[in-house]
Each structure stands twice: as C-alpha cells, then as structure tokens.
Design a protein around this ligand. Structure first.
Ligand code: NAP
Length: 249
C-alpha cells in the first residue's frame, strides 16, 4: 500500500518509541516504519496492535550502528511512500559504573548507537526530505536530561553522547532550515521504561521518581506527546531547539 506520509521511528517497538508509534498510528494515509534491534516478539505484537486499514505499520530489524541496516530501514520506508518524519529514538546505556570503569570499547559501543547511528539516520532522512517541498518534514531526536546533568557515577559516556545529540540537532537544524526541514530534540527526565534495567537498576524510576520536582517519574506516553507535537503542524515555527520533558528535573 502506498501512503502519502511515512514516519520512521528507530527503536520504535518498546518504551518511548512504541508510545510515539501509538500516537502516530491510525491516521488515514500515514504509514509507519518501526526499527528495532532484535526483540522480534515485541515488534510483532506492536504491529498486530497498530496495523490498520487507515495506514500500514511495518517493523524492520535495524541496528542503527550498522550502516547497511540503516539503509535497508529507509528503503523499507520508500516502499510505503514519501518520508515526512523521523524519530531518532533508539538509544542505549550500559551498566552504571564509575567513569574510570568505562573502557574505550564501551565508549565506542555507546557512541556508535547514540551518536553515529542517529547521525546516519538523519543523513538518510535529509537526503530524502530536501528534495520535497511538503510542509510537514521534521526530525525529532531523543536526547536526555543527562546531557546537562552529566550522570556522574552512573554513565558519563551516555550523558556525553546525549550532549552530542543536542549539538547535532542544533547544527543540522540550522543547516537544513533553508529547505524547510525542522530538527528538534527532546530531553526526557526519569521515565518508567525498561532502559533502567539495562543499566542494572530496574527500580530506578520508582526509587528516584518521588524526588523529582513533580513528585514522580514520567511515562513513555508523556514523552511521546511532546514528540508528536514537535512533528505536528502546530510546531511549524519550532526548530533547532530542545524540549525538556522532565517533570522539572
Ligand atoms: P528502551 O525501553 O530500552 O527501548 C529501547 C528501544 O530501542 C527498543 O525498541 C530497542 O529494540 C531499541 N534499540 C536498542 N538498541 C538499538 C540499536 N542499536 N539499534 C536500533 N534500535 C535499538 O528505551 P527507552 O527508555 O524507551 O528510551 C528511548 C530513548 O529515550 C533512548 O534514546 C533513551 O536514551 C532516551 N531516554 C530515555 C529515558 C528514560 O528514562 N527511559 C530518559 C532520557 C532519555 P529491541 O526491542 O529490539 O531491543
């Protein structure tokens, strides 16, 4: 089925990415392409939930650290129709540890996904979007409040990678503004998803939530709401900026 607007969401089958997919799905003529790294079962479940007559939903295995897989992800999007939006949501962190425990291999793994993978997805998207004059072309990058706070004693590598996302967002936004393409980033605070288990601290959101200014951790859907707004025509004059979704953190 050819659609009139395709949205690509990397890491789009769990957590914040899946919440964004739920917000974008079901609009007539809109197709979704959801990248994911390896959890086929969760991908299949979400496709079954969202695929509709209004708009097709495809899940495509894509490790964003692999350039060939990134190319394949965007070719899958081309099959559905013209690209309107990209949500660079895929992001990783590793076990919490002291800065001195972070090895060069770990720095390489984290930067390969969070920075280089994201940059390569932006490259694929801009290559397609700049040849079009549709008014709804936008890229939203998932940063983190860690970019500002630094995540000392937890994952300084992850925090530094997210600071790079904010700088990339600003530079790319200014570079492609003359084409009418908008680029923004969202900085979530502590959000209740499975990412904290990856860092060896599955109870992190429950433990730290009450200490946040609004008294709780956020939900994936609360971040997705900000992403959906930044993609929407209501944000047509917003670019080159970063939106904190942190409950005041
Ligand atoms: P999550 O629950 O861990 O989900 C991660 C998603 O990304 C999954 O769909 C996963 O695919 C995919 N993914 C992981 N590595 C990938 C790779 N190399 N290539 C492509 N896809 C990959 O994460 P989340 O909490 O929703 O976080 C989403 C984004 O928000 C990340 O960029 C994260 O840094 C950022 N963020 C989150 C928080 C928070 O508190 N949760 C706070 C600030 C920022 P599989 O299912 O196949 O594994």
């Amino acid at each position: 089925m050819q659609t009139s607007a395709v949205y690509v969401i990397t890491g789009g089958t769990r957590g914040i990415g899946a919440a964004v997919a739920r917000r974008l799905a079901g609009v007539a003529g809109r197709g979704l392409v959801l990248g994911y790294r390896g959890n086929h079962e969760r991908a299949a479940e979400l496709v079954a939930e969202l695929d509709s007559a209004a708009g097709p939903v495809r899940a495509v295995p894509c490790d964003v650290a692999d350039q060939a897989q990134v190319s394949a992800l965007f070719k899958a999007a081309d099959e559905l129709g013209p690209l309107a939006g990209l949500v660079n949501n895929a992001g990783v962190l590793e076990q919490q540890c002291a800065f001195t425990e972070i090895t060069a291999d770990r720095w390489s793994r984290v930067l390969a996904v969070n920075v280089i993978g994201l940059a390569m997805c932006c490259r694929e998207a801009v290559t397609r979007m700049r040849g079009s004059d549709r008014p709804d072309r936008a890229i939203v990058n998932l940063s983190s409040k860690a970019a500002v706070l630094g995540a000392p004693g937890e994952y300084v590598d992850y925090a530094a990678s997210k600071a790079a996302v904010d700088t990339l967002t600003r530079g790319l936004a200014l570079e492609v503004a003359p084409y009418g393409i908008r680029v923004t980033s969202v900085r979530p605070g502590i959000i209740d998803t499975e990412i904290h288990a990856t860092g060896g601290d599955p109870g992190r959101a429950a433990r730290l939530g009450p200490a946040q200014p609004l008294g709780r951790a956020g939900t994936a859907d609360e971040v997705a709401a900000a992403v959906a707004w930044l993609l929407s025509p209501d944000a047509r004059f917003v670019t080159g900026t970063t939106l904190d979704v942190t409950g005041g953190r």
